[in-house]
Design a binder for this molecule. Structure first.
Ligand SMILES: Cc1cc2nc3c(=O)[nH]c(=O)nc-3n(C[C@H](O)[C@H](O)[C@H](O)COP(=O)(O)OP(=O)(O)OC[C@H]3O[C@@H](n4cnc5c(N)ncnc54)[C@H](O)[C@@H]3O)c2cc1C
Length: 553
């Protein structure tokens, strides 16, 4: 948010704390712009990639097959600007490798999304008139039309300057909490593992927040937008900009071919979802391999950073101390890419009040349970899609704190290759399906807990209890037989303190924290990662890292 960061001196020494997606992509961009700068990534674990993990498991079958479970994100959205940057990066980091990209076309079944309703059945999220009609007769659709009619007449905020929760904004605009608890709560569980009643509207649905403040109504804002677009076209139909501002910044800073980026962005817009043949971890692995070839990048794994302090002998330098006591004392700049509360712990030695401020952010913990059944597809035809999310209105029956379920096998069966080399060479995507004829199997990921996980004794922290909850959910909701569930292969992991919760007033908090860092460290420290990007999505992180590297160079 705070843009006025000083440029790095020549041959500067930079420490990047955290070797997840943010640490790696930030280093990639900075190294490209400033090859003179020496960068050390400090990663606490023995592997890089952070929450991106395509976990491989050997099956005990005759062919020794290996299967893959995604423990964090699995796909990218083709329409996002950040995806354009990532795919463009692949030209350099993955052209000669097995980094084949897959896509899902607009009419693929895997685009269908479902919500769990209060009768414990799945209802499709409307994507046509027919499905909208069906949805409006479901308990979740109750009051939908009533909420929309007259939206423009309802009250504005009591204090327009103040932030409010997502639930509060929606309840005010739609005259009841139906849309908030029946629909949006599910979406927020899916994206943030968070609670609509606690998350900031200003931060997480900024456009709606601003439209409410500016037009006093979402409906009026839509009308204004339509009218505005029309009149713009009438004035100058040919004057559409080639690249939007975010892509333009990237294209200029990294000297990319403007037409190519434009065509890439337009092509990717046709693909609602993109994935990697060998799992999404392919991407951070390729970035790491690329960085390891650079003599000015050093990746230091297996030893967490315990503190960052000023070097009293040379106030222009910072000292990074590792948990094993090793000191590195010559850094001109430290870039944090870990969650705010973790930064707080590292800053405690240098500045207790800053540390306290950072510890105000909580990050939610998600339990991830994966299921694989070979040789059989047990997902009913009518449920084929991306998966389902669980709205808060079902909480009385959602005793297992299920956030949502991803139907991985449906997604994987819908994947078609996007021939990257061909795209870059010929500027065309191939329509030929070179994919091996997919074998029948079922793969599902059940996400549980999130903000609902408050107690250390929660059964979800017990592997077998969590798997039992997942089994019950799949049996009750998707009618998968107990026998099929028992015969499947199960995996369990916990993403502890993974997603920062953007509380009401978060934007002001962030500005304040960034200012304090600037005052105390005079631009020797900068803040990145999920706590400081617009959202915790990969797409927003990569844009944020790109901008940060430009600001510093
Ligand atoms: C279950 C789950 C599902 C998700 N699904 C999606 C999705 O569908 N789409 C999407 O866009 N995003 C999704 N995300 C979010 C996505 O995973 C994150 O945006 C991204 O991985 C964050 O990367 P990061 O590098 O900022 O942080 P992290 O992945 O947290 O990486 C930080 C790194 O810093 C290291 N570290 C921490 N403390 C220290 C220390 N003291 N010293 C040294 N190193 C340290 C950690 O070990 C880690 O490797 C999901 C996240 C989770 C948990």
């Amino acid at each position: 948010m705070l843009k006025s960061v000083s440029k790095l001196p020549s041959n500067a020494n930079v420490a990047v704390i955290g070797g997840g997606f943010t640490g790696l992509t930030f280093t990639y961009f900075l190294n490209k712009l400033r090859p003179d700068v020496k960068i050390t990534i400090f990663e606490g674990q023995n592997r890089t990639g952070g929450w991106i993990e395509s976990k491989r498991l050997q099956l005990n079958d005759n062919d020794n097959n290996v299967i893959r479970f995604e423990k964090g994100p699995r796909t990218l959205r083709g329409v996002s600007d950040g995806t354009v940057l990532m795919v463009d990066m692949l030209e350099e980091i993955g052209k000669d490798t097995e980094a084949q990209l897959y896509h899902i076309s607009k009419n693929a079944k895997a685009n269908k999304q479902f919500l769990l309703d209060t009768n414990n059945r799945l209802i499709q999220v409307p994507n046509s008139l027919k499905t909208l009609l069906k949805f409006s007769f479901n308990p979740l659709g109750k009051g939908l039309y009533k909420s929309l009619i007259g939206e423009w007449k309802r009250n504005g905020p009591a204090n327009p300057q103040m932030d409010e929760s997502v639930a509060s904004l929606l309840t005010r605009r739609f005259g009841s909490d139906q849309i908030s608890k029946n629909i949006m709560s599910a979406l927020y569980r899916g994206i943030y593992a968070g609670d609509v009643k606690a998350l900031s509207a200003q931060r997480t649905c900024n456009r709606m927040f601003l439209n409410d403040r500016k037009y006093g109504s979402f409906t009026k804002a839509i009308w204004n937008n339509i009218f505005h677009k029309k009149s713009k076209k009438e004035i100058d139909p040919s004057n559409s900009p080639l690249l939007n501002p975010r892509l333009s910044i990237y294209q200029k800073a990294f000297h990319r071919d403007k037409t190519k980026i434009h065509e890439l962005a337009n092509t990717l817009k046709n693909y609602p979802l993109l994935g990697f043949k060998n799992g999404i971890e392919t991407f951070p692995k390729l970035v790491r391999q690329y960085l390891e070839k650079s003599s000015n990048v050093n990746i230091h794994c297996g030893n967490p950073v315990s503190s960052v302090i000023k070097n009293k002998k040379d106030m222009n330098k910072l000292i990074v101390e590792l948990q094993d006591g090793k000191l590195y004392d010559t850094f001109d700049h430290v870039r944090f890419t870990i969650n705010p509360e973790a930064i707080g712990q590292i800053m405690n030695k240098q500045d207790v009040s800053l540390s306290k401020e950072l510890s105000k952010v909580n990050s939610s913990t998600t339990v991830v349970v994966s299921y694989y059944l070979p040789n059989k597809n047990v997902i009913k035809k009518e449920y084929e899609g991306f998966g389902f999310l669980v709205p808060s209105s079902t909480d009385k029956s959602n005793l297992g704190k299920v956030l949502g379920v991803v139907f991985d096998s449906c997604v994987e069966h819908s994947f078609k290759p996007l021939a990257l080399n061909k795209f870059f060479d010929d500027n065309k995507t191939t329509q030929t399906e070179i994919r091996e004829k997919a074998k029948e199997y079922t793969k599902l990921t059940i996400m549980l807990g999130g903000y609902m996980l408050k107690n250390k004794d929660d059964p979800l922290f017990d592997r077998s209890k969590a798997i039992d909850i997942a089994k019950k959910t799949l049996h009750n909701v998707m009618d998968i037989s107990e026998k099929d569930l028992d015969q499947g292969l199960w995996d369990y992991s916990v993403a502890t303190n993974s997603l920062p919760q953007y509380f009401v007033g978060y934007d002001d908090w962030q500005k304040d924290v960034e200012k304090k860092f600037k005052d105390n460290f005079d631009n020797q420290v900068s803040l990145g990662g999920m706590g400081f990007a617009r959202t915790p999505s990969l797409s927003d992180l990569v844009l944020n890292n790109c901008q940060a590297s430009i600001d510093l160079s």
